[in-house]
Design a protein around this ligand. Structure first.
Ligand code: NAD
Ligand code: DAU
Length: 348
C-alpha cells in the first residue's frame, strides 16, 4: 500500500486536496500533517476523518527531528507539500514566521525526503505547491508563463520563491524527483476570512464596512478551490518529473468589480435591497508594496495534461456564498478569539 504525506491538510486548499485523495484513492494511506495554526481547522475534514485510509498527525514542519521521525514511521512514497503561512498582510507584519514555515519548513521536508529516499528514488515524488506571486507583478498586458523570471515583491512571495528554489536545488543537486505548480488566487468553501472573498462575505453578513485597499483597481485571476485540487491530482499523477506547471482560472477581475458582483449576490441571498451592501464599501490605506496584477497563462497544463477549470466564476462564487451562509457556525467559530485582535490591528 502506498503512503502519501500531505502537509497543511487542515487548511483551505489542503483540506480539499485531502478530501479528493482520501475518496479517490481508497487503497492509498493519506497522512495529513498540520500544525493547526489559526488557519488550520479539523472541522474542514469532518466528512473524511472516519475513513480507514485517513490519518491525522499534529506537528510542525519547522521541527526537523519530528519530520525525520515521521518519515521513519510512515515511509512515505510521496509528499504533497501545502503547509505554509499564506496571508500577504500577515507577512508584512510578521515576516519571520514566513521564513520559518515556508523556507525552513520546506527545507526540512526536502532533507528528510532526500535522506529516506536516496537508496532508490524510483517511484518517489516531492510535489511542492506554490503560488503565482513568485513571478511578481504584471502591468496591464501579459501573463505569467512557467518561464517568467522570479521577481517576488512581498515577504510572503519571497519566502515561497525561496522554497521553490530549494526544491529545484534538491532536484538538481541530489536527484530528488519533484514537481512544482504555481497557482493563482483560490476561492471557495473553508477559506479563512482574512482573505478578500470570505472576509467580505462575513463583513456583509454582519453589516460591517468592506475595506478596499487603495483604489481597488488591482487585478487577480480567480480559481475555484476544487478545480485547484483536481489540478494538483492531475500534476501528481501525470506531471513530468522536474517540471513546473502554472494553474489558473482564465478569470481576471479587478478587486472593485469583484466586490460589486459579490455585493449584488449577497443582497439577493440576504433579501436586502439591491445596492445596500455596496454602501459598506470603504476605500482604505493601500497594502504596502501591493502587487498590481497577477494573470496566469495555464496553457501548458491544459495542453500537456488535459486539465482546465470546470466552473464558471459566477457559479463558483454563488456556491461559495451559499456555503458560508449555510455554515455560520464555522464562520463564527473561526472569527472568535484571536481573530478579533488580528482584525483590530489590521484594519483600525
Ligand atoms: P492556509 O493558510 O489556509 O492553510 C495553511 C495550512 O498550513 C494550515 O492548516 C496551517 O495550520 C498549516 N501550517 C502552517 N504552518 C505550519 C507548520 N509550521 N507546520 C505544519 N503545518 C503548518 O493556506 P492555503 O490558502 O490553503 O494555501 C495552501 C498552499 O497553497 C500554500 O503553500 C500557499 O502558498 C499555496 N497557494 C495558495 C493560494 C491561495 O489562493 N490561497 C494560491 C496559490 C498557492
Ligand atoms: O495569487 C495567489 C495568492 O493569492 C496566494 O499565494 C496567497 O496565499 C493568497 O492569500 C492570495 O494573495 P492575495 O494577496 O492576492 O489575496 P488576498 O485575498 O489577501 O487579496 C486579494 C486582493 O484583495 C488583493 O489585491 C488585496 C485586496 N484586499 C484584500 C483584503 C484582505 C483588499 O482590498 N482588502 C482586504 O481587506
Amino acid at each position: 500500500m502506498k503512503t502519501i504525506l500531505i502537509t497543511g491538510g487542515a487548511g483551505f486548499i489542503g483540506s480539499h486536496v485531502v478530501r479528493l485523495f482520501v475518496n479517490k484513492y481508497p487503497d492509498t494511506q493519506i497522512v495529513n500533517l498540520d500544525k493547526l495554526t489559526y488557519a488550520g481547522n479539523l472541522e474542514n475534514l469532518k466528512d473524511v476523518e472516519q475513513k480507514s485510509n485517513y490519518n491525522f498527525v499534529k506537528g510542525d514542519i519547522v521541527d526537523s527531528n519530528f519530520i525525520n521521525d515521521l518519515f521513519k514511521k510512515y515511509q512515505f512514497d510521496s509528499v504533497i507539500h501545502l503547509a505554509a503561512e499564506s496571508h500577504v498582510d500577515r507577512s508584512i507584519s510578521n515576516p519571520l514566521e514566513f521564513i520559518q514555515t515556508n523556507v525552513v519548513g520546506t527545507f526540512n521536508l526536502l532533507n528528510s525526503a532526500k535522506n529516506y529516499w536516496s537508496d532508490n528514488f524510483n517511484g518517489k515524488l516531492f510535489y511542492h505547491v506554490s503560488t503565482d506571486e513568485v513571478y511578481g507583478s504584471l502591468g496591464a498586458e501579459g501573463f505569467f508563463l512557467e518561464t517568467t523570471p522570479y521577481d517576488p515583491q512581498s515577504p510572503y512571495s519571497s519566502s515561497k520563491a525561496s522554497s521553490d528554489h530549494f526544491v529545484r536545488a534538491y532536484g538538481n543537486t541530489y536527484g530528488l524527483p519533484f514537481v512544482i505548480s504555481n497557482c493563482s488566487n483560490n476561492y471557495g468553501e473553508n477559506q479563512f476570512p482574512e482573505k478578500l472573498i470570505p472576509l467580505f462575505i462575513n463583513n456583509i453578513r454582519n453589516n460591517k464596512s468592506l475595506p478596499v485597499y487603495g483604489d481597488g483597481l488591482f487585478t487577480r485571476d480567480w480559481l475555484y478551490v476544487v478545480d485547484h485540487a483536481k489540478a494538483i491530482d492531475t500534476v501528481f499523477k501525470n506531471g513530468k518529473i522536474g517540471d513546473t506547471y502554472n494553474i489558473g482560472g482564465f478569470n481576471e477581475w479587478t478587486n472593485i468589480d469583484l466586490i460589486k458582483l459579490l455585493c449584488g449576490i449577497m443582497d439577493e441571498k440576504l433579501g436586502r435591497e439591491q445596492g445596500s451592501s455596496e454602501q459598506l464599501i470603504t476605500f482604505v490605506k493601500d497594502r504596502p508594496g501591493h502587487d498590481k496584477r497577477y494573470a496566469i497563462d495555464a496553457t501548458k497544463i491544459k495542453t500537456e495534461l488535459g486539465w482546465e477549470p470546470s466552473l464558471q466564476f459566477a457559479e463558483g462564487l454563488e456556491k461559495t456564498i451559499d456555503w458560508y451562509l449555510n455554515n455560520k457556525d464555522w464562520l463564527d467559530n473561526v472569527t472568535s478569539g484571536e481573530y478579533q485582535n488580528y482584525y483590530q490591528n489590521q484594519y483600525q
